[in-house]
Design a protein around this ligand. Structure first.
Ligand code: ADP
Length: 386
């Protein structure tokens, strides 16, 4: 990379119309444009096969784009080898050398790709081991390290290269749940303190939501939305993002609206206000999907109300999930406080207040309307007639 480049663009990563095809008919990534500022942690998230790893591999230089550009620090890196790019990558399987000690694993890349002296490399390795709290493990080989320790060694090997960009591909998926959440916090703190621009790949929306400064949701190689995690949760750009982000998934009801009535009719009959009906009429042929998150469904007399009975209760700690069959057919999932007094087979009414309802075009999936209130601001301070 040239020395003359603008210092302000250091750590800046940009994808411009990135497209990657395999053969003639498989498009893994299509026309993807994204821009990361220095120190930002962007998560690429989406179901298996949506193009996350391919995107990361194009940034790393392990794949060449079919079209488009990958720019690091303001310059195109297309055609450069991975070693020539200021990146470091951590994979799911860590890819540690089994016969080398942790110290050798961390130092090996520096030894091969730089002309630094052994003493300098030794100093760098010690500094990184100190940062990661693995000083006492440096003489051990991978097989005598736990999953979390191996993960730290793999991170150490990446950090020691002092990269401008960190590329992490499902780095926690081999760890058990407890360790995964601890390492998630560690990676986040480390990334912040090192201030290294990071692209982080995961299929796990919870991981994406908790770790990302922003998340980019991909489907079939195409970008669906890029935004801060809570913006994707509150204002999903389309039905796919709405269903992918949030656990358990949003409830959806297909409905129609006609010009003469404000009722949405379909798998439920939803008495809408004029403003909701107007938004619904923007849909292709008046066909909409009404969405409401489980945590937005209420048991406290909110209108409109729907009668049903409780099929199943799943206690999940502080909250319980109720699976409720409505009298007129569909099932709705409600996430309610764990101490609420309901039992399986109880009849009850659930509220699906309009201020918490999303509307999507049934045909295109595009969002037509977002709620005016999300559960976390359910303190009565927000506009209530949405
Ligand atoms: P993800 O990381 O989101 O699971 P990938 O980027 O690995 O998805 O894959 C995206 C799509 O590209 C998939 O349909 C996959 O089968 C295809 N693909 C990935 N790598 C290759 C390859 N080397 N040859 C052919 N198809 C590939």
């Amino acid at each position: 990379m040239s020395d003359s480049r603008d210092e302000r663009s250091r750590g800046h990563v940009e994808l411009r119309g990135l497209t990657k095809r395999y053969g003639t008919d498989a498009t893994a990534v299509e026309n993807l444009s994204l821009s990361l500022s220095k120190g930002e942690l962007l998560v690429l998230v989406g179901p298996s096969g949506c193009g996350k790893s391919t995107t990361l591999r194009c940034i790393a230089g392990l794949e060449d784009p079919s079209e488009g550009d990958v720019r690091i620090a303001g310059e195109s890196v297309v055609g450069l080898t991975p070693e020539e790019r200021a990146i470091a990558m951590v994979f799911q399987n860590y890819a540690l050398y089994p016969h080398k000690t942790a110290r050798q694993n961390i130092g090996f890349g520096l030894k091969m790709t730089t002309d630094r002296s052994s003493e300098t490399i030794e100093r760098e390795v010690s500094r990184v081991a100190d940062t990661l709290g693995i000083d006492d493990l440096l003489e051990k080989k991978p097989k005598s390290l736990s999953g979390g320790q191996q993960q730290r060694v793999a991170l150490g090997r990446a950090i020691v290269r002092d990269p401008e960009v960190f590329l992490l591909d499902e780095p926690l998926s081999n760890l058990d749940a407890t360790l995964r959440s601890r390492m998630r916090t560690e990676i986040q703190e480390l990334q912040r303190s090192l201030d290294i621009t990071t692209v982080y790949v995961t299929h796990d929306q919870t991981e994406a939501m908790t770790i990302g400064d922003r998340i980019a949701v991909l489907r079939d190689g195409r970008l669906q939305q890029v935004a801060e995690p809570m913006a994707c949760y509150r204002r999903p750009a389309n039905r796919f993002v709405a269903s992918f982000i949030g656990e358990p998934s949003m409830n959806f009801f297909e409905c129609r609206v006609d010009a003469s009535s404000s009722r949405l009719d379909g798998s439920i009959a939803y008495p809408a206000t004029d403003s909701l009906a107007r938004a619904a009429r923007d849909a292709t042929a008046g066909r909409v999907v009404l969405g409401i998150r489980p945590e937005s469904v209420t048991l406290t007399g909110d209108t409109p109300e729907f009668e049903g009975h409780v099929d199943l209760i799943e206690p999940v700690g502080e909250r319980s999930l109720l699976y409720v069959s409505l009298l007129d057919g569909p099932t709705v999932t409600a996430s309610v406080p764990g101490d609420v007094a309901v039992a399986e087979n109880d009849r009850l009414t659930v509220g699906m207040p309009q201020r918490r309802v999303h509307l999507f075009d049934a045909d295109t999936g595009a969002a037509l309307r977002h709620p005016t209130e999300t559960p976390s601001d359910a303190d009565g301070l927000t506009d209530r007639d949405g």
